[in-house]
Design a protein around this ligand. Structure first.
Ligand code: NAP
Length: 316
């Protein structure tokens, strides 16, 4: 490990890994920090078919795609460390990052690519049933629900795509969406509508989860009529599944504390990825943007590395 890197990238999702590939090819000394697993939210996506060039007689898995990106960044010289950054200091020429375990990292530029984490469904008893009926990752947990009834909360791209994945193993998948129109693209809605064992429960939210040791009961409220439906697992099944895909929340608290400007909770950085601090850039889902996709995250990573290289050349 170096005392001072040219660039430290926080987050090893598609934005951070793309930044690592570009920074490595600019021959900048590059360290990528990730608090847990590499790949970011993309790893949780069962099938990716809209990232250009990856569709080859079928979609690619998020895990495989991001593992290829990670290997590519390493090939061009990026170093990796597992570290959860808990505080940052961006006001000096050398920026300092502190990890939860007390380690400190320093760099002349920082690319913040920490992404976002899943938003909880917001139903009663949610935390109690995580791991015993409630999940946020179909790729990880679908097999636990083979042959069972599964409910999916949400109406975006994730909810519908992951519902289609779950429908391959579950008996029936019920998508519970709070409005009468999906946020997901028309193409994805059409595909989900054609699957026999997917049903839509519109204008509704999951209000409460219940059960003894495992989830076996849900209370679903129609937001227009106020009517509550109680669904219970078949006696033979003994268990229901509930998957939450109700959007993401950015992880920006520590950056706000370090003086980085936010807008609606996201880092206020435009297409050039510049934040309000010199030498600090924001890439991917963590910055304000209109389209949060792997392709736009990767594009941000490339731009951020380019901007970091320009800044480093300017300070000599
Ligand atoms: P999203 O697009 O923000 O959709 C969240 C969905 O959950 C919305 O339908 C929203 O309802 C609903 N929702 C939000 N809060 C809720 C609550 N408290 N209770 C019930 N429902 C709630 O999130 P996402 O689907 O996770 O996608 C995140 C980003 O990743 C998006 O930009 C998406 O396009 C992208 N993505 C892309 C792909 C792909 O292209 N292959 C795959 C997955 C995700 P309303 O519609 O009423 O607001």
């Amino acid at each position: 490990m170096k005392d001072i890197y040219d660039v430290i990238i926080i987050g090893a999702g598609p934005a951070g890994l793309a930044a690592g590939i570009y920074a490595g090819r600019y021959r900048l000394s590059t360290l990528i920090l990730e608090k847990s697993a590499y790949g970011g939210q993309a790893v949780l996506t069962s099938e990716i078919e809209n990232y250009p060039g990856v569709f080859n007689e079928g979609p690619v898995g998020g895990q495989e795609l991001t593992e290829r990106m990670r290997a590519q960044a390493a090939h061009f010289g990026a170093e990796f460390e597992t570290a959860e950054i808990v505080s940052a200091e961006f006001d000096s020429t050398v920026k300092k990052l502190k990890a939860q375990d007390g380690r400190e990292f320093s760099a002349r530029t920082v690319i913040i690519a920490g992404g976002a984490h899943y938003r909880p469904i917001g139903c009663k008893n949610e935390e109690r049933f995580v791991g015993c009926g409630i999940s946020y990752c179909a790729t990880c947990d679908a097999n636990f629900f083979a042959g069972l009834d599964v409910y999916v909360a949400g109406g975006g791209e994730s909810a519908l795509e992951e519902a289609m994945y779950l429908a391959r193993v579950a008996r029936r998948v019920y998508i519970v969406h709070r409005r009468d129109k999906f946020r997901a693209s028309a193409y994805t809605v059409e595909r989900a509508s054609r699957i026999d064992n997917i049903s839509f429960i519109m204008d509704s939210v999951v209000e409460e989860a219940d059960g003894e040791d495992v989830l076996d009961t849900l209370r679903i409220r129609n937001v227009k009529t106020g009517e509550i439906s109680v669904v219970t697992a078949d006696e033979e099944d003994g268990m229901l599944g509930l998957f939450g895909f109700v959007g993401m929340e950015p992880e920006t608290g520590i950056y706000e504390a370090a003086g980085i400007e936010l807008k609606d909770g996201y880092i206020n950085a435009g297409e050039d990825t510049h934040t309000n601090k010199d030498g600090v850039y924001a890439a991917g889902d963590i910055r304000i943007k209109s389209l949060r996709q792997i392709v736009t995250a990767a594009a941000d990573g490339a731009v951020a590395a380019f901007e970091a290289e320009r800044y480093l050349s300017s300070i000599g």
